[in-house]
Structures are given as structure tokens and as C-alpha cells.
Design a protein around this ligand. Sequence first.
Ligand code: ADP
Ligand code: ZN
Ligand code: ZN
Length: 829
Amino acid sequence: MIAKVIVDVPSRQTDRPFDYEVPESMSGWLEVGSRVGVPFGGRVLQGFVIGIADSASVDRTRLKMVAELLDPVPPLLPDMIELSQWMSEKYCCSWTQALQAMIPAALKGKEERQIALGDEDAADQLPSEIAEWIRGAGGLVKLEALIARYPEHLRTVKHALRSGALAQQSSIKDRLSVKKVLTVFLPDAAPTLEQALEQVPARAAKQRDALMMMYERAEATPLQELAQQSGASSASIKALADKELLVIREVERDRDPYKDRDFARTRPLPLMDGQREVFSRIIEAMAEEQGRTMLLHGVTGSGKTEVYLQSIQYCLDQEKQAIVLVPEISLTPQMVERFKGRFGDAVAVLHSRLSSGERFDEWRKIRSKKAQVAIGARSAIFAPFERIGLIIIDEEHESSYKQEESPKYHARDVAVRRAKQHGAAVVLGSATPSLESFAAASRSAAQAAAGGPSALLPMPERVGGRPMPEVEVVDMREELRAGNRSMFSRKLHSALLERLERGEQSVLLLNRRGYSTFVMCRSCGHTATCPHCDISLTFHQKSRVLRCHYCGHAEGAPATCPSCESEHIRYFGTGTQRVEEELAKLYPGIRVIRMDVDTTSEKHAHERLLKRFGDREADVLLGTQMVAKGLDFPYVTLVGVIAADTSLHLPDFRAAEKTFQLLTQVAGRAGRHELEGEVVIQTYTPEHYAIETARHHDYAAFVAEELRHRSMMGYPPYCRLVLVTMSHEQLPLLASVGEQFAGELRELARHEGLLVPLTSGMPRAVEVLGPVASPIARMKDRYRFQCVIKYRGSIDASALVRRALRPFTEGPQQKGILFSVDVDPQVIL
Ligand code: ADP
Ligand code: ZN
Ligand code: ZN
């Protein structure tokens, strides 16, 4: 038996299957999809079996043997192997990268080298204590451990390795390790708080805070968390432990994040007319088993989730499995509860805030068929189910479904492909569908007029006929003219006051895109930029450090301007911090929960903040994009958008679409229950169509206008894009290779008669733009150039790019230029 194995070496020359002989002992176990360890270039590397054959393509006597079979049950299924090959072609990544993207991190095994005793005679040359120790340790030890234990025998050990008295053995070791966390406890016989405080000097205020916090909670708290929340350093908390006022121990991190939670079981609701219509179309598509994709366009609060739940129930009744993708940020306990409440333990939850062990546990529930529903972020699309009946992608327009590092796949496109393999139905749900999905569904609606099935499922009404909230747009230029220099308009100010008086809650959104934290000299206009990248440094208030988000470069914040030595240098903190300060000034005693990257970096912080808001422990939830997604709180009656246009003027052809989506989403947070909602949008460009249409909840009008722009400018959905970025330390070399590469592309396209301007109206056309300097022209000391390939019609643009790249990545022309290919890029940076 011969196994065809993709070995985990990320180089293009080795990106093909290699043949290995399967030892007799493994033959009953090894399958397509198995993970193996194989000898490769003198090492043992991890690989995946992508095929099994009776005969080898090379001389059999030269074949090496599979060294290890790593899992008793193959982690991948044969259809996933096929999917990975498709991914590597479509996204121009290596086959290995595509395979790696499909398995949990815990299974990304690494080579581990260990030492064993060599042949009998030779072993006699070793000091007997070493031989004994190795035998006692089960025959295999790590080299470092051996040297650390017997430093005096270093030379002997070296010699023994050369003579064969000691032998090196390689194997693959999984990264699965139990995560331990330093955790703070109160001692068993704790004194009273007063007694304890007597032992801490009054000037150690932070230490006293930490101590009080522990007494108040009376429960074990991770050291990190206590430090963050009390403001005390870990060192000063350890000092408390030295005085035996607290105890610090390592504790294994809890594995099932939902283990202790009880989910009240819910029953299906009788569907409203609109829901019933859509539901029946979805189950029709499931029954057809043609792998159909549908777009569920339902306004916020139209009851999409209930439709998902009942469709999943139907899917389970057919003894098939379902995958539900939701954006990472929407994967809140509220969301999980709705699914666990309906399907209980049949639900496995996969998201990136889980430790790799927790993720692995959830993944195993899927692989072992204990779970039939997988809900998770992007990578949950690779849930190893055998019979998928339904794939739901909620908020399908979200950019987080696109992975930004290689393989740069889009979960939506992978879903469509996987659904075809399984004959499953795909439901894309959104209140503000992406233009690509909307255009595709509309095309099929045109077919429907001709008798075919339509892929557009509209739900234009809110459940129970609740009105969409009133949206008021405030022109901030008017405010300035009227002498109001505050970041709050008079309208938003009075609306906030009203909510405070009535004891209702408000959500405030600060659009963070393009709203960075930076340093600027007010005398000469100097801004601090990274010495290695063409990008401003970001100011971190807590540590007073300037940091580059691309390369990690950090420097202390200067007190005077490095350019003109003026003292008028100003640090702009995060936008949300500034708003928070302003709120505290304007409304003394106001309770604000701030939600941004700073306050949610810790595990479960996001959920904890939301829970507090849900428990009405705050009047205002203030945050970035995070607050716009999926929240559902009955007492929220006001939504304010502080600055709607910050994302509107970015050099991104999706800027208007993103702004419209964000405004619509956040407006949908208000008045979802009995109390009516009000929305105030502050802007400097109230006349912009993205704002004007969001104000009237008018998706159709927005799309019509936006499509007009896209068609004029030649952007998706009127064409598709591939972005190729190349980088090198030397600018002249980069520029010349860039030209050669673009020339190669054009030549290939011309040869096939495709090099036609998109404006020509020809059904199949390719245009190559560039090379030009990338918007971020230098990163980590490497210059960056880019080419954009625009194309229309059934053209395999990926194949074109792969062919054009070949001479530059494997041939003699290869000159250390790094190429990165982004198919259907979300951003052209
Ligand atoms: P969406 O996901 O479209 O924003 P949801 O599914 O969250 O909307 O539904 C909005 C609200 O309406 C929820 O509180 C939900 O429980 C309720 N709801 C949905 N469908 C029904 C129904 N058929 N009957 C009664 N209430 C419903
Ligand atoms: Zn200056
Ligand atoms: Zn940098």
C-alpha cells in the first residue's frame, strides 16, 4: 500500500504529494485524511494522506516508510481533502496551508527530537547512571533534559551521539497542552478585611484595592484579571501573597466554557407569515440536495434567527448536520444561548477566544458525531461533519469572514463549495447584504421570472409589526456655526439627558475606522511615524509608549517635538477614551461601560461587559464597531453615532457600503422590544447617499446608488479582483521585477485573447493595473508594490496568476521578492 502525502513544508517546490510505503501494521488504520509523520530531508515532518494507491509513481525500492500514524481517527474527511485542493488553486496558496487551515491548532504537530539508547554494545560505553536514567524514563528523553541533568558528561554525550551509543529519534508532538493560569485565592483561615488591611501600609493604595477586591468577591480570580481591575501590579499582589494575606496557585484552565451554564430549553415559535414563506423555501432547497445558495435579506428584528433554528431542526430530523457561521464578535453568550436552548448538547461552539484545548474538545464532539450543529466564526466552515444538510452564514456581509493571512479564503465561498459537495443548502442572512451577494441573488431572481428558482428570500417586516426606529441626522457643521464645539450635538445631548432621567439605556458608537490614536506637534504638524514602515505610530496611554501596529517597533513618547523641539506636542488617546471623559464631565455620576480593543483584550471580557450592561449596571454602552452587532437589550431606547463619516472617506471602494451597513446595524439596536427607539446620527456630510439612505432604512435605494458608482468605477460586483502584493528591501529591484511580472500577466492574458478593457462590453475581459506602490509603501523595512487584476466573465484568474508567478517563485529569476496573492480582496492596502 502506498500513501500519497502532502508534507508540511511551506515551499512551492515541495507543494505536491510524495509517495510513502505504508507499513503492514498501519494498513488497516491509514485512510485518506489521516495525519502522519513521514521522513523528509533527514527529519520527521507532519503530513496528510491525500490518496492511497497500490503502486508508486517512482521506483518502489527507493520509497521511504510512513513513520507514524498520528491519530486513530483521521482528522479530515475525503471531501475535505478535495476542498483543500480547490482552496490551494483558487487562493493561490500551498496545499499544506489549506490543509492546516482545516484542523484545530492543537493538531498542528511539531517535530520533537528525543534521545534513546543505541545498540547494546555501544551503550556500555556510557556512564551507567545515564543509561539507567534513560531506561527509567521509559527509554526516551529530551536532549536538553539529559544535558541539564548531567552537565559534567557533556563531552561523553556528544561522543555517544556520534558513535551510535545514543540515537536521536524524531516524532511529531501535538501542541495540545493544558493551560495553567496563576490564580489568586483568599487563604483558608483568612483574617477579617480590617485585620488584613492593618498589615498593608496606607500608602500602598493599589495593594489595598486589590485586597479589598478579593474580599468583596470572595472567589478565586486569575492574577492577571485582579491586577488589571485593581490597578495593582502583579508584583505587589505577589507581595500580598508573601505576607500570607492572599494565596497564589497555578490552576488548570476550565475546559468547557459553557459547562456550568444552564440553558433553559426553548420551543419553536409559531412562525409569522413572512417567516413561514422563507422557511418553506429553505426546506425545499434542503430536500432538493442540489447545493443551492439563498440570500435571506431580512431587516433587523425580522426574526431571522427563529427561521435558522427551525431550518436546523428540519435538517437534524433528516439526520444531517448543520453549520452556523456568525461573526466572532456576535458569538456572545446571548447568541449561543439561543442555539443551546433549542438543541442542547447537540451544539458545539467554536471560537477563537477558546484555548486550543477547549477548541479541540468542541472539535472532537463534531468529529465523533456527539454534536450535530456547529456554531462558530469563520473557520467553523471546516467542521468535520460527514453529511451536511444546511450551512447558515449570519451577517454574511461581515468582512471578518475573509481570512487576511494565507490561505486568504472567504468562508462564504468555501461554504458554497462545500455545500455543492454535500448537496446542502446555504442560507446567507443579512439586513444589509454585501453587494456581491445581492447582485448574485438578483440575477437568480431574474431567472425565477423565467420559471427557475429564486435565491432571494426577503423579510422586510419586523416581528409583531414593530416600527423601525426613527433616525435623526444632525449636521455637525450647523452645530459649529451655532457655537457648539462639543462632540455632542444639542440633539444627542438632550436625548441622553432624557434617557438618564427616565432610567433607560443608551448605546453610543464611535466609528473607529480611520480614527486612530496618534501624536502630533501643534507647532509644526510633525507626526510620529515608524522608522521601518510608512505608517503613524499609535500612542498607548497606559504605558506611554508609541508603537507600530505592523512591525511592533516601540519607543517612549517624547515630551518635546523631535522635529522642532516645541513643547506643544499632543497625544490623542483612543477616541472612545475621549468620549468617556467628555461624558463624565457633562453628566456627573453617569455610569459608562466602554467597549473597545483596550477593554476587551482579556478572555470573556466582552461577554462580561455585555452582561453588566444587560443587568442595567450602566446607563451608556460606549464603543466601537463591537457595539453594533447583534445586541438585544430591552431598555435600550437611544442609539447615538458620534461621527458617522470617519469611515466614509477612506481610500476603499467599499467605504460607502461599510458605512451604510454599520449605521443600519447600530440603528437596529434601538427599540427592539416594547419601548420605542430613537437614533441620532452625527455627521459632517448629511447629504451623502450612504447616510441619507441609512436614515430611511432604505437598502434598495442605497444599493441602486452604490451599484451606479461601482459600475462607473469598474469595481465588484461588475468585475472581480485579484490583488498581488510584492515586497523587497531594494526599491529598484522591486520596481523592475514588478514590471516584469505585470508584463508576464498581460502577455498570458493577451495570448488567450482576454486582454480587453472592461469598458469594452466584451463578456470575458482581463485588465492588469500597476505595478504601483502599495498604499502602505513600506512595511518592516521592505518596499511594497502591487498589481490589481480586474476581470469579468468565467475566467480562472487564479490560474492566470499562478502561471505568471511561476518564473518568479521557482525559476532562476527568483530574487528574494516575496509575493502575496489576495483573491477577492476585502481591502486593497
Ligand atoms: P433578527 O435575527 O432578524 O434580527 P430575531 O430572530 O432576533 O431577529 O427576532 C427578533 C425578535 O422577535 C426576537 O425577540 C424573537 O424572539 C422574536 N420572534 C421571532 N420570531 C417570532 C415569532 N414567530 N413569534 C414571536 N416572536 C418572534
Ligand atoms: Zn514640531
Ligand atoms: Zn513599523
